[in-house]
Design a binder for this molecule. Structure first.
Ligand code: AQP
Length: 332
């Protein structure tokens, strides 16, 4: 059975982009068709300016939401990255295989470094080496497939390169993974800045729909989405990014096709109204289940404890093999 790994970073409240671009597919497809692991990758949240208490809170919330969207701990492994030491152990070895040039070419690094400097902070070394830790997350589990949104495809490519290089130099140790994408809504854009991705740690709050936004907040955000000065509803990502984004969100929520949906609407107002309602309906059961899970924190803790035990047992043999292959003396 193929192995799937994916993660979510507790750098902010989870968004509609996280859900449509990644989590929904984990629930509908991956947990049924694969030996799948899903992780709250909290070590990655330390790569930018952070408040420790907030990261802890967001980690718990992200884990609860993974279960609320429908991941079933009987079918897949749900855990927190920092609970499994193998990620950090392997990351160092992979730093000895990846290059400085590869890290500096990463688009997300360049974008986030600019943002950190603009916010008056300095750029943490871990932001540069982030893709290596992500490669460790993936390679530690012998992962075949990594279901991610478009924004993460470059990082998965790096994990592939590092795996191939390690195997060539030190003998076959890692499975070479590949990224899989959800197709529609692979890149949900910010409603206020439709040429930028809807990211959970963005500054443009009104353009982001959070999974736990109240229905009226969702409606307000969607109705205020930036469109353009045209009037007709056409699906054109380049020329009409705002309208295209709404059509993609509506299509993703209703199982339709953005191109076909564009023919159904004669005004932006009607498109926005239906999109808002479609999003509210998609989020309703998630919010209901989240509420129930919050009332039972012991259950979530138990899932994370079992998940970490299972993940550790899966990762350890591969990481130990990598330690031996690269030339380290086994501990007596
Ligand atoms: N806007 C998006 N559209 C489609 N997919 C998205 N994903 C994130 N944003 C969108 C996918 O969600 C999964 C988890 O993402 P992550 O937690 O690793 O963080 P990220 O990709 O860096 O996303 P964010 O939300 O923008 O976080 P910040 O703001 O902290 O950088 C991934 O599979 C991602 O592709």
């Amino acid at each position: 059975m193929k192995r799937v790994f994916s993660g979510i970073k507790p750098t902010g409240h989870l968004t509609l982009g996280n859900y449509l671009g990644a989590m929904r597919r984990w629930v509908a497809v991956d947990q049924h068709q694969a030996d799948a692991l899903f992780s709250v990758v909290d070590l990655h949240a330390l790569t930018v300016e952070h408040d420790p208490a907030r990261v802890r809170r967001l980690s718990r919330q992200a884990a609860t939401l993974l279960l609320a969207v429908g991941l079933d701990p009987e079918r897949c492994t749900v855990f927190v990255q920092s609970h499994v030491d193998e990620h950090a152990r392997l990351s160092y070895l992979l730093e000895c295989v990846a290059t400085d040039g590869e890290m500096r070419r990463m688009i997300q690094y360049k974008e986030k470094a600019v943002r950190e400097r603009a916010r008056g902070g300095s750029v943490r070394l871990s932001l540069l080496t982030y893709p290596v830790l992500m490669a460790a997350d993936i390679l530690a589990y012998g992962t075949d497939e990594v279901p991610v949104g478009e924004d993460q495809a470059q990082h998965v490519e790096l994990a592939r390169d590092v795996a191939v290089r390690f195997n060539q130099r030190y003998g076959h140790t890692f499975v070479v993974p590949r990224a899989t994408s959800p197709g529609v809504a692979a890149r949900v854009m910010n409603l206020q800045e439709p040429t930028s991705k809807m990211g959970k740690s963005d500054d443009v709050g009104p353009g982001i729909v959070y999974l736990l936004d109240e229905p009226d907040v969702v409606r307000k955000k969607v109705m205020r989405a930036v469109t353009d000065s045209g009037r007709d509803v056409v699906y054109d990502r380049e020329e009409r990014p705002g309208v295209a984004n709404l059509l993609e969100i509506l299509a993703a929520c209703t199982g339709g096709n953005p191109e076909a949906l564009s023919g159904v609407y004669e005004s932006y107002g009607a498109l926005k109204k239906d999109t808002a309602e479609a999003v509210v309906e998609v989020l309703r059961p998630v919010q209901q289940r989240h509420k129930e899970l919050c009332a039972d924190p012991g259950y979530v803790e138990g899932v994370l404890r079992d998940g970490a035990d299972r993940a550790r047992a899966m990762a350890r043999p591969t990481v130990d093999a990598a330690y031996r292959a690269i030339g380290l003396l086994p501990a007596p």
